[in-house]
Design a protein around this ligand. Sequence first.
Ligand SMILES: Cc1cc2nc3c(=O)[nH]c(=O)nc-3n(C[C@H](O)[C@H](O)[C@H](O)COP(=O)(O)OP(=O)(O)OC[C@H]3O[C@@H](n4cnc5c(N)ncnc54)[C@H](O)[C@@H]3O)c2cc1C
Length: 525
Amino acid sequence: MRTTVLIIGGGVTGAGLARDLALRGVACVLVDKQDVNAGASGGNHGLLHSGARYVGSDPLAARECREEGEILRRIAPHCVEDTGGLFVAVSGDDEAYVADFPDLCAKSGIAASRLDAKTARDMEPALSDRLIAAYAVADASVDPFKLSLDNIGQAMAHGARFLPWTQVVGFRLNAGRIRAATLRDAANGREYELEVSLVINAAGAWAGRVAALAGPHVDLVFSKGTLLVTQSRITDRVINRLRPATDADILVPGGTVSILGTTSVRIPDPDDCRPTIAEVDQIIDEGAAMVPELNATRYIRAYSGVRPLFGKTSAGSGDRAVSRGFALLDHARDGVENFVTITGGKLTTYRLMAEKAADLVCAKLGVDAPCLTATTVMPPYAGGRWTEPGLAPKKWLKATDPTDAILCECEMVSKSVVDDIVRTMPAASPGTTLLSIGLRSRIGKGPCQGGFCSLRVAAHLYDTEVVRGDQGLCEIRRFLDERWRGVHPILFDFPLMQAEFQEAVHCGLFGLELVPGDETWKEDA
Ligand SMILES: Cc1cc2nc3c(=O)[nH]c(=O)nc-3n(C[C@H](O)[C@H](O)[C@H](O)COP(=O)(O)OP(=O)(O)OC[C@H]3O[C@@H](n4cnc5c(N)ncnc54)[C@H](O)[C@@H]3O)c2cc1C
């Protein structure tokens, strides 16, 4: 096999690169060791930053966020919920920072209008009555899964290939150039070579490991951030705490839920990233200072992502002091001419990161084609199907074929949606069909967290002969294992009772504890 450019990492940066290069007419293959958004792109807040969060710490990042937010609203409006945002301070917060905030925003060209406390609380009744300042800004929420899938969809429409469940495990170099990459197919463990003209390492927190396979050293620190999902939507707008960035100071609405976070905890290994009970307690305590209801609301899930922060922190300085900007590294300086790494940055600025990396790649390849990603509209990708969250069943049934049974009642996902996804998605690794359907729809994202819909979808996959033998049970086990990582840190009171009931159903009735879970499913297992 041969391609011009191999892109490693199917997060939003890799997806954006595939789209950028494909629109410029450059042949490329995008690979991920798992599926789309397996790293930070699937573990973030989903905040399309206005830039106001960075006006004090990083004016360049603030400006980039503002510009990229405007572009994304134009090219992919279906990925963005234009909620608007508020920055609020409560009594006890740093009043000097509050006083500086409007000038800092003005310097970065970010519109921030001052509101009195009553107006702010009329707009968002859940806000604390201890408010001392409020500003309205142009924050929004963005769906990272739609965004990556739409980038990949447009890239594929222009000739790019996407190979999920394909890990880069080595390179063949000769005379200071990568000649081929060794790819491992997770479905069967088979390794094969892909000959390349150039390689882009967009492996996020794993970029150091990928770079090391070819020789270069990339200095990264890993900062875990944890987020909590509430059962219902608490506010209409994004709510930011008006203070220098710290833990649990952002609440982002998305569909029927709100997402509260985050933390910044140094971890040694990006693969060892899961939310802890201590983080959950801390996030709720801090968040409740600006929105008291967060103390009493029900949470349905916690999840974590890893920020790859470029460069070392000095002893005693926190990870929040390390730049959240991105690093574009040309490994020609390390003696590997056709190898580039792009890491760090933000979801909001992924397109710009991809543009800068693609410009470098094109210069190296001698391709003289302009970047088209800021002006080309990105259509929704048919391989992802998103039901509208919160659509009442009655309304849904009126508008939909009543014989099209609903498999997920929390999020109103029907049989035909699952069938469409199965038809269009790339071949899944055995045991991962349900996970892949979950990534491409809202299956498992509602209050039951897959407890009931996983069984129904698996039954449908048996009926349609997508799975057979023990495979459906293994699919359910893996899907629930993944959901469980996010459910166990938030279990107390009624959710704990419900979890015990679900365990009784899953283990007592289906014996799921006896089938393989995280291990790769084998047909003869
Ligand atoms: C907690 C948290 C909250 C955040 N909130 C926001 C926010 O609200 N707004 C915002 O703008 N930004 C936010 N960010 C930042 C944003 O999520 C990241 O900047 C962005 O997702 C990075 O995308 P990426 O594609 O570069 O990396 P990733 O999404 O991490 O992708 C890297 C991919 O590489 C793959 N990979 C690794 N090794 C290999 C290999 N050997 N072979 C093949 N594939 C491999 C991985 O499986 C992974 O899918 C947040 C980040 C975190 C952690």
